[in-house]
Design a protein around this ligand. Structure first.
Ligand SMILES: [Ca+2]
Length: 357
């Protein structure tokens, strides 16, 4: 069965690449920090909503969004996945406090997937990866702030009305909140500037099963609704995120800054690296934030896709062979990454942010 799945995947991938939808990005982009900074200046500022199940890579992505000069983070919306939605809120508020950005509002979203009725609580396997508290068992000072009264869905729709094409939604957990918002306001898909999700795996195996990536697996029904809709979005999946990796040499630079945030983030991420078998960790969610403002970091192919909802294919993201010649595919799938350029920007932004906090 594994061989059959691989063969189908390769065929779909090859057919998609052979079509006219392949989008080339410049391979001549320089990889030096200086040129990265130059490129950053050219990017238009964006308003961003960050939808998160705040675990460890989510925490780094939040810091990256806060520190990036081209991102105006207008709000954080909460979902489940690495942690419960409630814990995602606790961690988000505490990290915003740690980084002196308690001005940013936080909104509670879905408590569970479309397939469940009960509040999501993380299983032991997830707690092993992100720690019992979702941030590597590191105890941060408790923020006195609380989540807003308005719901995540209403905040997303209100922001789309307010900012229009200047708004980018970056969803780095299950897409439940995003799909809830798209169903409540169907025009949302054309109102915003861009939607980027971290999730899925097209050309590589999954990370919770042979075929499924964790975010998609956590709510495959909502994901299938999104993937098979006409909503345009960019999929930043394992195909690209596992190529961008951080080591304890990198986190030591944060620790050596001697600041509260530098030490806390070094402790949190060292936990994450510690449970990895490769002495490094993938920057899944930070890459999705980066792509929202620097789409040139990845090479994409445009496809119609669907998400497996049967038992053996649960959460699998793959091409829809019935629509291979459709001229308007809605998903841009990242399949290649300028990881050196991304890592240079990521490390510069986080070091500058941790220096000040
Ligand atoms: Ca996440």
């Amino acid at each position: 069965m594994k061989n059959l799945i691989c063969i189908i995947c390769v065929i779909l991938f090859s057919v998609s690449c052979a079509g006219t939808n392949k989008e080339k990005v410049s391979t001549e982009t320089a990889t030096t920090t200086a040129n990265t900074e130059e490129a950053v200046k050219e990017v238009k500022n964006v308003k961003m909503i960050y939808d998160t199940d705040l675990g460890i890579d989510d925490a780094m992505a939040l810091a990256y969004a806060l520190g990036s000069p081209n991102i105006d983070l207008v709000g954080v919306t909460l979902t489940f996945g690495n942690v419960s939605t409630e814990t995602s809120g606790r961690n988000t508020l505490d990290i915003l406090s740690l980084l002196n950005r308690e001005d940013i509002p936080v909104y509670a979203g879905a408590l569970h997937s479309y397939s469940d009725n009960a509040t999501f609580l993380p299983a032991a396997a997830i707690k092993r990866i992100h720690g019992d508290n979702g941030i590597g068992n590191v105890q941060l000072p408790t923020s006195k702030k609380t989540v807003e009264k308005q719901s995540a869905v209403d905040f997303i729709i209100e922001s789309a009305n307010k900012y229009g094409k200047d708004l980018v939604i970056v969803a780095v957990g299950p897409v439940t909140n995003l799909q809830d918002a798209l169903k409540k306001e169907p025009k949302l898909k054309d109102m915003v500037g861009n939607i980027v999700i971290m999730g899925g795996a097209l050309t590589v195996p999954g990370n919770v099963s042979e075929v499924a990536e964790a975010n998609i697996y956590a709510d495959p029904v909502a994901a299938n609704e999104l993937f098979t809709s006409e909503t345009p979005f960019t999929m930043v999946g394992l195909d690209v995120t596992v190529r961008a990796r951080l080591t304890k040499e990198d986190t030591k630079k944060w620790r050596d800054l001697g600041t509260a945030s530098g030490k806390a983030f070094a402790d949190i991420v060292d936990y994450y690296i510690g449970i990895s078998s490769s002495a490094s960790c993938a920057l899944h969610d930070p890459l999705a934030v980066a792509v929202a403002v620097h789409p040139e970091l990845i090479e994409t192919i445009s496809m119609h896709m669907f998400v497996g909802t049967s038992k053996e294919n649960l959460g699998r993201t793959t091409g829809d062979k019935t629509k291979l010649n459709d001229p308007n595919p809605n998903v841009k799938v990242g399949v290649n990454l300028d990881y050196q350029k991304f890592l240079a920007d990521f490390n510069t932004v986080l070091t500058e942010l941790f220096k000040k906090n």
